[in-house]
Design a protein around this ligand. Structure first.
Ligand SMILES: Cc1cc2nc3c(=O)[nH]c(=O)nc-3n(C[C@H](O)[C@H](O)[C@H](O)COP(=O)(O)O)c2cc1C
Length: 181
């Protein structure tokens, strides 16, 4: 087909440049959790997209490198807890390459319908059953049908941009991170 971008001559896209560009894209942050073999696992994500309302569904993009990914595929269900600006330390904790038990140690959670752990005090959370898993290069796209939702206290969200988090003041106003040169 004429005009396809993939047919355009030119150098390949530099991944570092792509990363710099995507760093300008501000996102919310969630902790995706699952429960497999009676153990909790979870990781911080910003690759999350609401897909449809009928039925309610959402997509998360997980790296194959994450320990949580195969566990989530095996369990067939997961939850996503949407973080408030005051929950930055949870985002940092669940992004660390540490054992799952350490991630959850001392963290207040409650259990959803499927037994999955959801983080207390989040803006809200969804519980999903996995509808499909689609390989996407070094990631896997997990499509979930939402089986339950809960709304927590509404306030400033945790916002990620330029590889950092927005600061929140007492009035709940956000200041975005400065671009890194
Ligand atoms: C703000 C932020 C967003 C992230 N988004 C994603 C994401 O969308 N998908 C992903 O696979 N990893 C994402 N990560 C990285 C994982 O949280 C990280 O690799 C984690 O250590 C994986 O944990 P696990 O190996 O215990 O599963 C993100 C990290 C941060 C700090």
């Amino acid at each position: 087909m004429a005009g396809r971008v993939t047919d355009a001559p030119g150098p390949p896209v530099d991944p570092a440049g792509f990363r710099r560009l995507m760093a300008r894209w501000a996102t919310g942050v969630a902790v995706v959790t699952t429960r497999a073999d009676s153990a909790d696992a979870g990781l911080t994500v910003n690759g999350l997209l609401s897909v449809s309302l009928r039925p309610p569904s959402l997509l998360v993009s997980l790296t194959r490198d994450a320990d949580t990914t195969p566990l989530l595929e095996r369990s067939g269900s997961f939850a996503a807890s949407f973080l408030g600006a005051d929950q930055r330390s949870l985002s940092e904790r669940f992004a660390r390459p540490i054992p799952s038990a350490e991630k959850f140690s001392g963290v207040a959670v409650h259990r959803g319908r499927t037994g999955v752990a959801m983080l207390d005090g989040s803006l809200g959370a969804v519980e999903c059953r996995v509808v499909s898993t689609t390989p996407a290069f070094d990631h896997v796209l997990i499509l979930g049908e939402v089986v339950a939702i809960e709304l927590g206290p509404d306030r400033a969200p945790l916002v990620f941009q330029h590889s950092g988090y927005a600061e929140v003041d007492r009035e709940g106003r956000l200041t975005l991170p400065r671009p890194r040169s």
